[in-house]
Write a protein that binds this ligand. Structure first.
Ligand SMILES: Cc1cc2nc3c(=O)[nH]c(=O)nc-3n(C[C@H](O)[C@H](O)[C@H](O)COP(=O)(O)O)c2cc1C
Length: 192
């Protein structure tokens, strides 16, 4: 199996973000599976709030085109996203809105083959942000017409879920992450 190119990002900029910790744990796990991992920080892609007037006046920002290109150049993408009000947080929603306005390939992420997405979330609540992932799945599958793996990892009680090294403490959460990342590597290897 070729080492697939996997992009890993978190839908939070917060210092001490649990989802950034989850993204880091996923990246480490993917590396053990010999994936070629790229870490992406959405702080490096500052985008204005989507506004149709802005798009009409100035087009899609270069940063959004760059974000589209970096996503499209990978075979797999792991997103660790917080749940806000049972849905997708504004940072990620806004980034996806702009990326979906890039017209190359009809707006799809098909520059090098369609990357497959794997989703995770972490929340201090008991459900681990699971409901937000349902909304994120719908968004990715419908607007970007992307393949999204059916398995997810949802880390509840996130404020006590990670040790001082940022590793998941709970065996079942660790196993969920292992299975999800293994599946991502397997399916992403089949993407061109
Ligand atoms: C506006 C807002 C809405 C939130 N809604 C939810 C929610 O619906 N479900 C949930 O489990 N946590 C919710 N939370 C709590 C987040 O899960 C928590 O702040 C988490 O730490 C954010 O992720 P991060 O640590 O990666 O920044 C919400 C937080 C904010 C600020």
């Amino acid at each position: 199996m070729n080492a697939p190119r996997i992009l890993v990002l978190a839908g939070s900029l917060r210092t001490g973000s649990y989802n950034r910790l989850l993204a880091k744990a996923a990246a480490q796990q993917l590396e053990t599976l010999n994936a070629q991992v790229t870490r992406l920080d959405l702080a490096d892609y500052p985008l204005p709030i989507y506004d149709g007037d802005l798009e009409q006046a100035s087009g899609v920002p270069t940063i959004a085109r760059e974000l589209h290109a970096v996503i499209a150049s990978h075979q797999g993408v792991f997103i660790a996203s917080p749940e806000y009000n049972a849905s997708v947080p504004p940072l990620l929603l806004n980034a996806i809105a702009w990326v979906s306005r890039v017209n190359e390939n009809g707006g799809k992420l098909t520059a090098f083959g369609q990357p497959v997405f794997a989703l995770g979330s972490a929340s201090p609540g008991n459900f681990g942000g699971y409901r937000g992932l349902l909304a994120l799945r719908q968004l990715l599958a419908w607007t970007l017409q992307s393949q999204v793996l059916p398995q997810v990892v949802a880390v509840g009680q996130a404020h006590i879920a990670f040790d001082e090294q940022g590793q998941l403490k709970d065996e079942s959460a660790k196993n969920m992450l292992k299975e999800l990342t293994a599946q991502l590597v397997k399916i992403a290897s089949c993407v061109k």
